[in-house]
Design a protein around this ligand. Structure first.
Ligand code: CA
Length: 227
């Protein structure tokens, strides 16, 4: 079991050249990321909505909508998922940097896969900032993310690592509905292809442990929220 791998999250790779997409995917998987690949701009936006990736590696030159336009549409929709552009030429770099699209970083082809992985890790570290150290409380529950401990009143509850990560993720977003796909991506680092049933199973176990103190509400047909 690897908490590190889960914590690294899902990366959406949008790249139309299969050989390059394969190299990127392999290197990210080896580094502990979950990966989903799309090979056209037209399917990329839908994949962002479905998978809620932790980060997006976006080739600029794509069939259909190009990478720059994908990023522009995401930002216009107030989606600030970190984007790392892959550019083929210097004029593409100028476009990406000059338009202030909210790109988080870029690499230019040919790039070393190791460098790309390091850039993704760096972007995620910057975006996520310093971990939120303050304990969160909701209802009678207190979740201490620094020490990874959960209390109901004075009583400490024993959770598995996955149950803890699930609860912490939900409780940091009180009142917000989180989809099963998002939980798979953020807590497990899987793409939804792996199946969302596993989310339901872990939520059920978590609720059984929390008992009456459980703040988790099922939003039928969508997912869960803590409130
Ligand atoms: Ca391309």
């Amino acid at each position: 079991m690897s908490a590190t791998a889960r914590a690294r999250g899902l990366v959406l790779v949008v790249e139309d050249e299969p050989a390059i997409a394969d190299v990127i995917r392999l290197n990210l998987v080896n580094a502990g990321y979950g990966v989903h690949v799309e090979n056209s701009g037209d399917t990329a936006l839908d994949a962002v909505r479905r998978f809620k990736p932790a980060a997006i590696i976006l080739d600029v030159g794509l069939p259909g909508i190009d990478g720059v336009e994908i990023c522009r549409r995401l930002r216009a929709a107030e989606d600030w998922t970190p984007v790392l552009f892959v550019t083929a030429r210097d004029d593409e770099v100028d476009r990406v940097v000059g338009l202030e699209l909210g790109a988080d970083d870029y690499v230019t082809k040919p790039f070393s896969p190791r460098e790309l992985v390091a850039r993704v890790t760096g972007v995620l570290r910057r975006v996520n900032g310093t971990p939120d150290a303050a304990p969160r409380t909701l209802g009678g529950l207190t979740v201490d993310t620094t020490q990874r401990r959960v209390f109901h009143g004075d009583q400490e509850l024993t959770l598995t690592a996955t149950e803890f990560d699930l609860l912490a993720y939900l409780i940091r977003r009180p009142g917000r509905v989180v989809t099963r796909e998002q939980l798979l991506s953020e807590v497990w680092g899987y793409s939804a292809v792996a199946g969302t049933r596993t989310v339901d199973v872990h939520i059920a176990q978590l609720r059984a442990k929390l008992g009456a103190a459980s703040p988790i509400r099922t939003v039928r047909g969508v997912g869960y929220s803590a409130e």
